[in-house]
Design a protein around this ligand. Sequence first.
Ligand SMILES: Cc1cc2nc3c(=O)[nH]c(=O)nc-3n(C[C@H](O)[C@H](O)[C@H](O)COP(=O)(O)OP(=O)(O)OC[C@H]3O[C@@H](n4cnc5c(N)ncnc54)[C@H](O)[C@@H]3O)c2cc1C
Length: 354
Amino acid sequence: MNFDLIIVGQGLAGSLLAWRLLQRGVSVLVVDNGHRNASSRAAAGLINPVTGMRLVKTRGVEQLLPAALDCYAELEQQFGVKLYHAKPMLRLFASEREVEAWQKRYADPDYASWLGERLTSAELPAGIKGPLGGYIQPQSGYLDTNLLMCTLRHWLQQQGAWLESEIDYAEIEPHTDGVCWRDVSAQRLVFCEGYRVMDNPWFGWLPLQPAKGEILTLKPDRQPFELMVNAGKWLIPLHDGNWRLGASYDREHFDEETSEEERERLLASLNELLIDPHELELISHRAGVRSGTRDKMPLMGVHPEQSPLFSFNGFGSKGSLLIPWHGERMADYLLEGRPLPDTVDIARYQTLCH
Ligand SMILES: Cc1cc2nc3c(=O)[nH]c(=O)nc-3n(C[C@H](O)[C@H](O)[C@H](O)COP(=O)(O)OP(=O)(O)OC[C@H]3O[C@@H](n4cnc5c(N)ncnc54)[C@H](O)[C@@H]3O)c2cc1C
């Protein structure tokens, strides 16, 4: 079998890159191990343009957000599914320092469209706990990442562009004109395998900072809120009436196992969000590993010595916001040779490759 390009991994990154490349007439084969290691399956899909205790805008959000919204709207139209749910977020203040951070940003014209007014604790929606009050963050929402991946997997299968298999790196043979994997040959191969890039013999030198996360889906026993609520841990009222609660951060264990301790810790965090957090029915519990990076920027580009091999990875905790815009840059780079932004090109870490 002959293809222009092989993509390893059909998480959010591999899915959207394959979709864009096929749209542009490239023949693609996506190989995925059945989403066994997909952080996209565990992800809440939140798009939250202003994050952290200092309330900092994501770098480039003015470009990234419209690209993400356009991309999901285009997919919704093509496939007749609802993927992106716009929902304002209520961010609760955890300390006086956060209140000060909000005051500073709120007075900054650069943040005018990104931060809403302060709500006192008496103005919070009924049932939500927040002694210091909070503020509304507009321009946020969540992506149904599972639906996106299922929809695109089905579409790729229909085009003969999807294969379920674990890729053993030892079976990949790059050569001067391209690359072979088993009986498949291609001109190029792009790794989109998420945190598993740690074991990749060509790209394992990239400075990944993985973080495992666990997340719960709960059945509420009360009227759903209109808003997503964030107080370090967040609660998302989903379109199907359930709630999603997450997420944990663990920088020591890199696997997809869920743990009782983490489940209990997450359930206990409801005490910080709700006035009456009595027991809620657990619908599901998932874990995944985020492929974070040292400088919090993606890892994109060609291998310094093996020209048929590429990386499209390192989207950390913000894949839903970052991948659409960067997927288009990656497609332009692969097909037209347009340079990648220096901030994401893996050439910035070339000295680490030996
Ligand atoms: C608990 C949790 C919550 C999160 N919440 C959010 C959020 O709210 N908002 C947000 O934007 N992001 C969130 N993220 C991060 C988000 O999941 C990522 O940014 C994004 O989904 C990464 O996509 P990816 O395609 O790069 O990687 P992945 O989704 O990990 O996809 C990699 C794919 O490659 C496959 N694969 C790996 N190795 C091989 C191999 N050798 N052979 C074949 N296939 C292979 C895997 O099984 C998988 O299907 C969260 C992550 C976690 C874990």
